[in-house]
Design a binder for this molecule. Structure first.
Ligand code: PLP
Length: 422
């Protein structure tokens, strides 16, 4: 097999062949019957791209054309959006630096607040250093294309985020995907590639955003050490959500902070701003700042966003009740879903995929919830495997127990209405 190829479930496709296919072509191949958005529009169950007019108090939002709704989607797991200290920091940064960064970091785009954000991330993630990118997508693309290339091997979980997949394809490394969270399969991939001369990099997500489950970090890091592979973990969803102080997946498992070699994360989910990072050794971060494609050839985040992220991290460090509330809500909501007999994927996270099977049933549920004031969206096939279309519900730290009961009642009423249609 050529080095310049990817293997997906035993099939081999050259990267060039895969890259040539447009996203639309790939969608249509998988779906055959048409695109989910068209089906949903035709059945009157489409609920995406809605405009939020205003964030109200707690977890409530005002949505154009729908009025007040309880937010039960989104990635603001700690409910920190509009936190006064974070808003103030952004406003102060605008007064001091203006609204733009006016360039890439290397060339005039670095302000003190960008440097402070990198130090804050390194402190929070307990690494020597951190390199900031304007998005998580770019952080993944830049780090992966820096770490591996032709002659190297990258081994990914089958459910890794699209930005990891794209980074691997861009890198030119041979790419192998192991069955989701299947440690025997990962070990066999590592065994089969033992003795390979180039670098071997294993990449997993900390939390899988569509299934809500988490990487088996103790086993994965053990296998990487045993087989001499480098480990990179995408912590976009685990930061703020996992661990007693929200520091992520190492803290969740009680593992030391040097368990993961390369920690990728974002400041756009639990931390209410924009940007992605790589937290790792000082040397790697320095190299990424001088050679990372997305670092050098893309403008950096505006100073106000950097200031909001600095303040967001500080809030998580100084106000432990946000993480505590989230954990309380996760346990309460899981219990209520179980009591009411909903078919959901159990996990230790704030993401609750409630499975309804086919796309139409799921989008009907989403529409039913929307009409009753609950903002929760359908994730159809082919985003998830056929027969597992689901509502992606997410609890956050701002939900009160009454909010969570309202969500359960809305799900029950919507399910009864859907079932009465036959
Ligand atoms: C697991 C994961 N990694 C990376 C990203 C990309 O991050 P960003 O939205 O900052 O580009 C996302 C975005 O949703 C994600 O869910």
């Amino acid at each position: 097999m050529s080095d310049y190829c990817i293997e997906i479930d035993g099939d081999t496709l050259t990267q060039v062949e895969t890259a040539r296919k447009s996203i639309m072509e790939r969608y249509c191949e998988t779906l055959k019957a048409g695109l989910p958005m068209d089906e949903m529009r035709n059945s009157g169950t489409y609920f995406y791209l809605e405009s939020i007019e205003e964030y109200l108090g707690g977890a409530w939002v005002k949505v154009t054309g729908h009025g007040e709704m309880l937010m039960f989607g989104g990635y603001s797991y700690l409910g920190l959006n509009r936190h006064p200290k974070i808003n103030e920091a952004a406003v102060e940064a605008i007064a001091r630096y203006g609204t733009g960064a006016h360039g890439a970091r290397l060339l005039a785009g670095t302000t003190e607040i960008h440097r402070e954000l990198e130090s804050s991330i390194a402190r929070f993630k307990k690494t020597e250093s951190a390199a900031l990118f304007s998005s998580g997508f770019l952080a993944n693309l830049s780090a992966i294309t820096f770490l591996v290339g032709r002659g190297d091997i990258v081994i990914c979980d089958k459910l890794d985020h699209a930005s990891i997949l794209d980074g691997c394809m861009m890198s030119g490394a041979r790419m192998i995907r192991f069955r989701h969270n299947d440690m025997d399969h990962l070990e066999s991939c590592l065994r089969e590639t033992a003795g390979h001369k180039g670098r071997r990099l294993v990449i997993v997500d900390g939390v899988y955003s569509m299934d809500g489950d988490i990487a088996d970090l103790p086993a994965i890091s053990g296998l990487c050490k045993k087989h001499g592979a480098l480990l990179m973990v995408d912590e976009a969803h685990s930061v703020g959500m996992l661990g007693a102080t929200g520091r992520g997946i190492e803290e969740h498992f009680g593992l030391p902070p040097d368990t993961i070699d390369v920690k990728m994360g974002t400041v756009s989910k639990s931390i209410p701003s924009l940007g992605g990072y790589i937290a790792s050794s000082a040397r790697l971060c320095d190299l990424l700042r001088h050679t990372g494609r997305g670092f050098i050839y893309s403008a950096t985040v505006p100073p106000a966003s950097a200031a909001a992220a600095v303040a967001g991290i500080k809030v998580i460090e100084e106000e432990p009740w946000h993480v505590q509330n989230l954990h309380r809500n996760m346990a309460y909501f899981a219990n209520r879903l179980r009591q009411e007999g909903f078919n959901f994927l159990e996990s230790p996270t704030a993401i609750f995929p409630i499975v309804f099977g086919d796309n139409l049933r799921t989008s009907t549920m989403s529409k039913g919830c929307q009409s009753r004031g609950l903002y929760v969206q359908a994730i159809p096939h082919p985003v998830v495997p056929e027969g597992t279309a689901r509502l992606r519900a997410a609890v956050n730290a701002n939900h009160t127990l009454e909010d969570l009961d309202f969500a359960i009642k809305t799900l029950q009423d919507s399910r009864a209405a859907m079932e009465s249609l036959g």
